[in-house]
Design a protein around this ligand. Structure first.
Ligand code: THU
Length: 128
C-alpha cells in the first residue's frame, strides 16, 4: 500500500475544510478493499454539535458509492502532527473495518506512522 499517496489525498482534502469556529482543519482519505479512495474534510456549523469530522465525511462518501469495507484511513491536519481520530469516528470506523484489518495512517515528525485500528480501539461495540 502506498501510504504517501493516501496521505497526499488527505492533505489535499484538508485544504477544503470548513472550520471557521475551531480553525482546526482536518482531511481524511479512506482506502477500501476494492482499491478505491474517498476523501473528506471536516465541516463545522454555528450549532457546534452538528460538526462532522473529516473521517466520517470520507466514510459516508464511500458508503454512498457502495463501498463498505475499509482497509486504511489516512488523517492529516495542518494544525498538528499525530491527528488521531476522535472517539465518535473510531466507533464509525469499527462498523466498516475490513475483516483483514484496518490501518490508521498519521503524520509524524519523521514521516508517516501506521497504527493498527484494533490497538487504538479495542473491543469496539458491535451488533453484527
Ligand atoms: N475533527 C475531525 O475532523 N476529526 C477528528 O477526528 C477530530 C476532530 C474536527 C472537528 C472540528 O471541526 C475540529 O476538528 C476541532 O475539533
Amino acid at each position: 500500500m502506498d501510504y504517501n499517496e493516501l496521505m497526499d489525498k488527505a492533505r489535499e482534502a484538508s485544504e477544503k475544510a470548513y472550520a471557521p469556529y475551531s480553525k482546526f482543519k482536518v482531511g481524511a482519505c479512506v482506502l477500501t478493499e476494492n482499491g478505491k479512495f474517498y476523501t473528506g474534510c471536516n465541516f463545522e456549523n454555528s450549532s457546534y454539535g452538528l460538526t462532522i469530522c473529516a473521517e466520517r465525511n470520507a466514510i459516508g462518501t464511500a458508503i454512498c458509492d457502495g463501498e463498505q469495507k475499509i482497509k486504511a484511513v489516512a488523517i492529516y491536519s495542518p494544525n498538528t502532527k499525530h491527528c488521531y481520530p476522535c472517539g465518535a469516528c473510531r466507533q464509525v470506523m469499527c462498523e466498516f473495518a475490513s475483516d483483514s484489518g484496518l490501518e490508521i495512517i498519521l503524520e509524524s515528525e519523521d514521516g508517516i506512522e501506521v497504527k493498527n485500528f484494533n490497538d487504538i480501539f479495542p473491543k469496539g461495540f458491535q451488533l453484527l
